[in-house]
Design a protein around this ligand. Structure first.
Ligand code: GLU
Length: 501
């Protein structure tokens, strides 16, 4: 069997989006699984829309996702001579012809076809030009494109592995129309090769065995198959992936649907704290399923179980809740020290000085919050009180806890108890039992004491356990915060009569 070779061939006209990630990932998986080769090719022949910045972003995204390639990145803009050689070969063998039609002429042609209820394909008027007429027009510098002359045979078959059972795999040549393979150019300034043309040459020369790509390219495929044949190259196998739907619409990368919380750009997802493994896990399931229907998967488990046979033809639904949930699972499964590495930039971006704590304490913070934070960007909010002493306290906590008649006594007693501890007792286990003892001696329910201390040292009503927090905050900081809260409580105005019960 020939070697498996796949490729990802993005056009650098924007950022890499989630749909593109699926294409890249499936190609990568199929190559990796078969000991094959995965090629990265940047299709940048559209000089107007391609940018270097976008190409860089795509490469950065691939690296971040861990989708490593074996060959490339190749840039089509650096391979123009190859395409022009092939163009010349097609010309010599009579597969293509120059067409000088203006936009207006083409529009009229289309209108007429519409009126006559015909398929609006090119009417081949340029084929009627004599060699002499062509030479004259070219010498006069008239702009033209090259059109591929679709053969008269009845059908073009597409070797489609996924959608192949549908009618789409056998296309009537009469419906294709002589398609354009270059942009407009002149004799001395030839037009740039277009996607269908450059793509076929590269896939052939790079010996791609399987072209796995989005469904939107299915209509291009018969044209590409015709080009392979005309050039005498082997036709690869195709897999066209179903369309990703979101809210019952095709998932769009256009601005009108832009929601900063749910960007389509993969680097923007990274900046919100989605993990690469989680992203690949979620995206793997947009068109493929695990043999045991498992949905929480490491990249290794996906790689072990992936197969083209398990691709689904139905359009998958992009479910944000599921993405978030899967991300949460991957966050939770990270080691605390790894989390420190990847969460610290988020803390620093929020303005928190992470150098205030040693590695061990930062790891403890991660352990406290990793069950609750589904996104890395949620950690700063959850951990803010470790970095900034509360300036204010949650309003509902003030009413519920700080107005308790024993609030001051409780905070004073806690501060004294903490002050009496030596360093060996400043750990979660001792703090837990010291706090429990203190509550017993106070003869006040923990349900009252706990929230008062919590509010005093964090400013919040919901946090991880007190002992864990105090252990990390340290003795002095905890005592300072308790004292500060006592001052605050003393400054509280009396509750309005109807609320003081
Ligand atoms: N440059 C094309 C795109 O980004 C590649 C399509 C293909 O995979 O053939 O859509």
């Amino acid at each position: 069997m020939n070697k498996i070779r796949t490729r990802f061939a993005p056009s650098p006209t924007g950022s890499l989006h989630l749909g593109g990630v699926r294409t890249a990932f499936y190609n990568w998986l199929f190559a990796r699984q078969n000991n094959g080769t995965f090629v990265l090719r940047i299709e940048d022949t559209d000089a107007e829309r391609s940018t270097e910045e976008s190409a860089k972003g795509i490469i950065e995204s691939m690296k971040w996702l861990g989708l490593n390639w074996d060959e490339g990145p190749f840039f089509q803009s650096e391979r123009l001579a190859i395409y022009f050689d092939h163009l010349e070969k097609l010309r010599k063998n009579g597969f293509i012809y120059p067409a000088f039609d203006t936009q207006q002429e083409l529009d009229e042609m289309r209108e007429l076809a519409k009126k006559q209820k015909r398929n609006p394909i090119y009417d081949r008027r340029a084929l009627k030009l004599t060699d002499y007429e062509i030479k004259q027009k070219m010498d006069a510098g008239e702009p033209f494109v090259w059109r591929f002359k679709v053969p008269d045979s009845e059908f073009t078959e597409i070797p489609e592995l996924l959608m192949g059972e549908q009618d789409d795999h056998k296309i009537r040549n009469a419906t294709i129309g002589d398609f354009i393979i270059t942009r407009p150019g002149t004799k001395n300034n030839p037009g740039m090769p277009l996607y269908n043309f450059a793509c076929v040459i590269d896939d052939a020369l790079m010996e791609i065995s399987h072209v796995i790509r989005g469904m939107e390219h299915l209509p291009n495929t018969p044209k590409q198959v015709l080009l392979y044949k005309a050039l005498g190259y082997n036709v690869p196998k195709f897999v066209h992936l179903p369309i990703i739907m979101k809210n019952n619409k095709k998932m769009s990368k256009r601005d009108k649907d832009y929601d900063p919380n749910f960007p389509v750009s993969i680097l923007e997802r990274r900046d919100l704290g989605y993990l690469p493994d989680a992203t690949l896990n979620f995206i793997a399931l947009l068109g493929w399923s695990h043999p045991l229907s498992k949905e929480l998967l490491t990249p290794f488990e996906i790689l072990e179980n992936f197969s083209l046979d398990r691709l689904n033809k139905a359009n998958p639904n992009f479910d944000e809740q599921k993405y978030l949930f899967i991300n949460g699972w991957h966050v939770k499964n990270r080691n605390d020290d790894e989390l420190v590495q990847i969460v610290s930039p988020f803390l620093q971006k929020a303005g928190y000085d992470t150098s205030k704590y040693n590695k061990e304490n930062l790891e403890k913070m991660m352990a406290m919050e990793k069950e609750r934070c589904h996104l890395l960007a949620q950690f700063p909010d959850a951990l803010n009180f470790f970095f900034v002493a509360p300036e204010t306290y949650e309003e509902k906590g003030i009413r519920k806890s700080f107005y308790q008649p024993q609030a001051d006594l409780i905070l004073q007693t806690t501060a004294k108890m903490i002050a009496s501890l030596d360093d060996t007792e400043m750990n979660k286990a001792s703090l837990d039992s010291k706090l429990a003892n203190m509550v017993m001696n106070l003869e006040i329910k923990y349900g009252i004491v706990g929230p008062i201390i919590r509010l005093a040292i964090t400013g919040k009503t919901k946090t991880p356990g007190l002992a864990e927090i105090i252990e990390v905050l340290g003795k002095n900081e905890t005592i300072n915060r308790l004292e500060k809260a006592r001052v605050f409580i003393k400054s509280l105005p009396p509750l309005p009569i109807d609320e003081a019960s």
